[in-house]
Design a protein around this ligand. Sequence first.
Ligand SMILES: Nc1nc2c(c(=O)[nH]1)N[C@H]1C(S)=C(S)[C@@H](COP(=O)(O)O)O[C@H]1N2
Ligand SMILES: [Mo]
Length: 404
Amino acid sequence: MKRRTWLGGAATAAVVLVQTAFGKRLQAAVTEAEKTLEDTTKRLGTPPGVLGTRSPFETPHKKPSDTSSRTPLQDLYGMITPSDLHFERNHGGVPRIDPQHHELMIHGMVEKPMIFTVAELKRFPSVSRICFVECSGNFRGGSEALTPQEICGLTSQSEWTGVMLSTLFREVGVKPAAAWFLAEGADAAVMTRSVLVSKGWEDAMIVYAQNGEAIRPEQGYPLRLLLPGWEGNTSVKWLRRIELSDQPFMTREETSKYTESIGGGKVRQFSFVMDARSIITFPAYPAHVGKGWIEIRGLAWSGRGKIQAVEVSTDAGKTWAPARLQEPVLDKAHTQFRYIWQWNGEETEIMSRAIDETGYIQPTFRQLSDARGGSKGGYHFNPVTAWRIKRTGEVLLQPEAGRR
Ligand SMILES: Nc1nc2c(c(=O)[nH]1)N[C@H]1C(S)=C(S)[C@@H](COP(=O)(O)O)O[C@H]1N2
Ligand SMILES: [Mo]
């Protein structure tokens, strides 16, 4: 059976590592013969390399557009996103920054304006935490043929390491009247956002490492601001300046962008916190399933705290049952859930809804759309995702699902 499946998939090109004369490892296409004939017990394997590599038989990818790329949620396991699969959202490309020449200035309403080198920042007490980053524009709909990656792959999770911003606030002596700070990036977009000083004291970090190594250029090397649970846009990458003030700065990214229309000619501004969300990542398009036991799996998260529960419906939202949460359930973090289900082969819809520790319940598409004057997307759009399972076992997105 295994061999049949294998030969069936043989048309897809795979990639393998070959050792060159200089001892460098290169990626090359695997020939069909190499794939089927190798007896691994009869030939010496490859020696250790300078870097680990992914198996040539595993090819998850981010499918980039010009300005963003999405995490393939349906291809991953556990709660940590591999760094090279962390989604990217760049307004002016990824800058190449030499950490020797990069500095962070903190000034404005402070007792003592200061400039920190990256090396100086690393001397402060170092803190690590696991949390997600999610773009507030993390939604796509409108077609049945969408994967979890396409629907909501603008969220990823890492273990982040750096210095608490509160530590630096004490160092510069933030004045009591300071209520907002500006965070500015050193990229071609010179991204700027206003942030509440209270968030700075609460849990903001200046991050220099991700998943055990220096933060990746795509995530803000050598320094990024990390605001756990807040819309990704405020976690300014390639951070070079923080300015304290008694009022918001009204930058482009918080006036003409990153505000939501709420109907009646009104817009909502400074909508920082990401609401609770969940998605079933298996079974999901483009999977096919067969009758019998299926372990439904997915992710849930909330910018307001811990996930308290995830409920799953396998009858198109008529009844709901609690899913099992995988420990550890962390604050403002992707949490895995699973639910064992016996499918009888009849057409149905399956879906999940997240409930966070504040009691917030993830809304259906129709509830959300009704509350937003009929809008079918936009910033902070976090509807329940429903998957239709056809009698053939085909799994398709059920767009705009759910009861009002
Ligand atoms: N300097 C700078 N910071 C930035 C951005 C940017 O373009 N420039 N993009 C923001 C947006 S819109 C998001 S959603 C997150 C994405 O973080 P990631 O690319 O590490 O996933 O970074 C934010 N920080
Ligand atoms: Mo974003």
